[in-house]
Design a protein around this ligand. Structure first.
Ligand SMILES: [Zn+2]
Ligand SMILES: [Zn+2]
Length: 121
């Protein structure tokens, strides 16, 4: 494979520099949000972990149905970016609605919900 020669026109250099700066700035801003959790009350209200709340979520534009991993209730989403749980199950077990992990990203908890039992009724 061979790629085309780039160019060193001033406008190309400026554009590349600007893109790099934007990437760094937005990553630092994200890091800041993850560290300081500025929207904590909204985030907890939505039952999301920091990663799911602050990272941008990609999804295709298509109405999508997905059953809640906990109670099996059919949930409707307006994109393909769906959540693992319904709000009730996420709240009840202090889990992240979107990824289904612990809402505070704890990997050690005293009690773990056993969702597979609740879904087989
Ligand atoms: Zn549920
Ligand atoms: Zn999450």
């Amino acid at each position: 494979m061979r790629q085309r020669r780039g160019n060193l026109a001033r406008s190309t250099i400026v554009a590349a520099s600007s893109r790099s700066k934007q990437r760094v700035d937005s990553t630092l801003k994200l890091a800041d949000q993850l560290r300081n959790d500025p929207a904590k009350s909204e985030r907890l209200e939505a039952c999301l972990c920091k990663a799911c709340y602050y990272f941008t979520q990609m999804g295709g534009a298509a109405m999508t149905n997905r059953e809640c991993a906990g109670c099996g209730k059919d949930e409707i989403y307006n994109s393909t970016a769906t959540d693992a749980l319904c709000l009730d199950c996420a709240k009840a077990h202090s889990l992240c609605k979107r990824c289904g992990g612990d809402r505070d990203m704890r990997t050690r908890r005293d009690t773990w919900p056993d969702m597979s039992e609740t879904s087989s009724d």
